[in-house]
Design a protein around this ligand. Structure first.
Ligand SMILES: Cc1ncc(COP(=O)(O)O)c(C=O)c1O
Length: 280
């Protein structure tokens, strides 16, 4: 069965999902999106994701004609028209059509794409992954804008180097975040993560809450030497959860295996979403 998307007022099959060529998303890369997944068929942290979508829109000056409740309802409707066991959900708001091809007209388009959730490779979680660093940054880091050019370039380079993610280092030497993930570092029992010039990850927030049970937490800038000499490193994201990192560029982290603190957080994180779903 074909995936069903919501596109600008209609439910259509994925092959019929089109928007006009004069949309500012196409012409100018002007738009925002958010990404979430289901656990046990239910959209996870939907309120937080839609709030972040609305915040992203505010940050790029895109006025949304929909309330949070309307978007939530449309997400649920789109989900109910699909039959995947677990789904990825992409909510996209484009700038809309524009007669002068640059000025928004206050008529954005809303797209909701529901697709089957792919399995992440089991070895990532068992063995840990290698990531690379790249001197680059996102334009408006607090907004999930549809402009992921730096991510596409960085990920292509990561794949060329047989790594699974690239993390940005900005002009001032700060390590910020991955192309689609947030970054965490353990030094002893203290957990560090950058707090500015990043996307406020929903997974990051959950991890910080969980980690506070066992660890001191410092939200602050991290520089490359600190990353390379860390005892443990991991990345987080809605699509990948918590992925242990065992090498950064050519430097082995710790003893080259996922560390026990990271493993503990992975377990607690898994328990947290099962609990969320089971609780009344
Ligand atoms: C740039 C960036 N940082 C961090 C994240 C992780 O955010 P979340 O945990 O909300 O998925 C993402 C998610 O795609 C991202 O694109």
């Amino acid at each position: 069965m074909k995936d069903i998307y919501y596109v600008d007022g209609e439910f259509v099959t994925a092959d019929k999902a089109v928007i006009p060529a004069d949309d500012l998303a196409i012409l100018r890369g002007y738009g925002v999106f958010d990404f979430l997944r289901t656990y046990h068929g239910k959209p996870h942290f939907i309120t937080e994701h839609i709030e972040r979508l609305m915040n992203s829109a505010r940050q790029i000056g895109l006025d949304l004609p929909w309330s949070q409740e309307e978007i939530t309802d449309l997400v649920r409707q789109t989900l109910s028209r699909n039959t995947h066991r677990e789904s990825n959900i992409r909510i996209v708001v484009t700038g809309g059509s524009s007669p002068d091809y640059i000025t928004p007209q206050g008529k954005p388009r809303l797209l909701i794409l529901v697709t089957p959730l792919p399995e992440m490779p089991a070895w990532w979680y068992r063995d840990g992954v290698r990531i690379i660093t790249i001197h680059s940054a996102r334009n408006i880091p607090g907004a999930k804008s549809i402009d992921y050019i730096s991510a596409t370039i960085a990920l292509k380079e990561a794949r060329r180097q047989k790594a699974v993610e690239a993390v940005y280092i900005d002009r001032d030497g700060r390590v910020l975040e991955g192309t689609t993930s947030n970054l965490f570092v353990f030094n002893g029992d203290t957990l560090f993560t950058p707090g500015r010039f990043i996307l406020n990850g929903i997974t990051r927030r959950v991890v910080l809450e969980i980690a506070a049970r066992w660890h001191a937490i410092e939200v602050r800038d991290i520089e490359l030497p600190e990353l390379l000499s860390a005892d443990e490193v991991f990345i987080t994201g809605s699509n990948k959860e918590i992925v242990p990192v065992i090498a950064v560029d050519d430097t082995i982290i710790g003893d080259g295996q996922p560390g026990h603190r990271t493993r503990n957080l992975m377990q607690a994180f898994a328990a947290s979403h099962d609990h969320d779903v089971c609780s009344p």
